[in-house]
Write a protein that binds this ligand. Structure first.
Ligand SMILES: [Zn+2]
Length: 251
């Protein structure tokens, strides 16, 4: 039994028995971990009220070889983000980022993923501009980091560089754009029409976004494309739960 101490973000919590909680953590040094916080639901728990989603801390737990659930010993608060709960759009965006981390983080530790998630949650907490833009930018950063960047510059069938203003479609299956010439060849159901504005904005999103908090002209198209892209490439064609919640918020 090894004692592990690592920076961690709480992604999700579950009540367990009358008094305990199970936490799903993204840790900086050990990837995704599940820990049980015994007694965390007791009024005078030594964990206090800290163990909520979106909270960062230094977690110390006993890692048992071959076990999936470890026992949390200490959680030292570094940053709580409870104010996300005060605004449902911020909360929904944060839920999307943590759901992506929870479902698609690799088994091996990924410090950049950990840091990117923290930056994304901070941005959603503090953004003064358009929240939907912030959500789109931060979500694409995670997806690109996970290795699923779509190709927005070259046709994914003929590899031709596509000029600005050319009528193109986005092929969910191919994971990129399809040029005008190749469209008759691509007769599948995973095509989405993209205006040149939408393509330019997608291209910017995939490269990290503008970060200026201005609304996107093609916000609705981008949101639908992101939802379908994640479902198609990462989630066995099922939209993530947090997208449903987000769509209820944004209409
Ligand atoms: Zn082509």
């Amino acid at each position: 039994m090894a004692l592990v101490t690592t920076l961690a973000t709480i992604l999700k919590t579950y009540e367990y028995s009358e008094t305990s909680k199970i936490l799903r953590l993204l840790t900086r040094d050990h990837g995704l971990c599940s820990v049980i916080a015994k007694g965390a639901r007791r009024p005078k728990s030594r964990f206090g009220g800290l163990l909520e989603p979106f909270t960062d801390g230094v977690a110390t737990f006993y890692a048992r070889e071959g076990r999936e659930l470890h026992t949390l010993s200490v959680f030292e608060l570094r940053r709580e983000r409870q104010a996300l709960g005060g605004e449902l759009t911020r909360y929904a965006g944060a839920g999307l980022l943590t759901e992506i981390a929870l479902r698609f983080a690799p088994a091996a530790p990924d410090t950049e993923l950990f840091d990117q998630l923290g930056r994304g949650l901070d941005r959603l907490l503090e953004e003064r501009g358009d929240l939907e833009t912030a959500m789109l930018e931060e979500t694409w950063k995670l997806i690109v980091h996970l290795g699923f960047a779509p190709n927005t510059e070259r046709c994914c069938l003929c590899d031709r560089s596509v000029t600005i203003g050319e009528r193109i479609q986005f092929d969910l299956m191919g994971g990129g754009i399809i040029c005008r010439r190749c469209q008759p060849l691509a007769k599948n159901l995973s095509l989405r029409q993209l205006s040149s504005t939408a393509r330019a904005e997608l291209s910017t999103l995939v490269r990290g976004g503008r970060g200026d908090g201005r609304p996107l002209e093609s916000a609705r198209v981008q949101r639908d494309l992101l939802r379908d892209f994640v479902a198609y490439h990462l989630a066995d064609h099922q939209p993530l739960n947090s997208f449903r919640f987000l769509e209820e918020r944004l209409g």
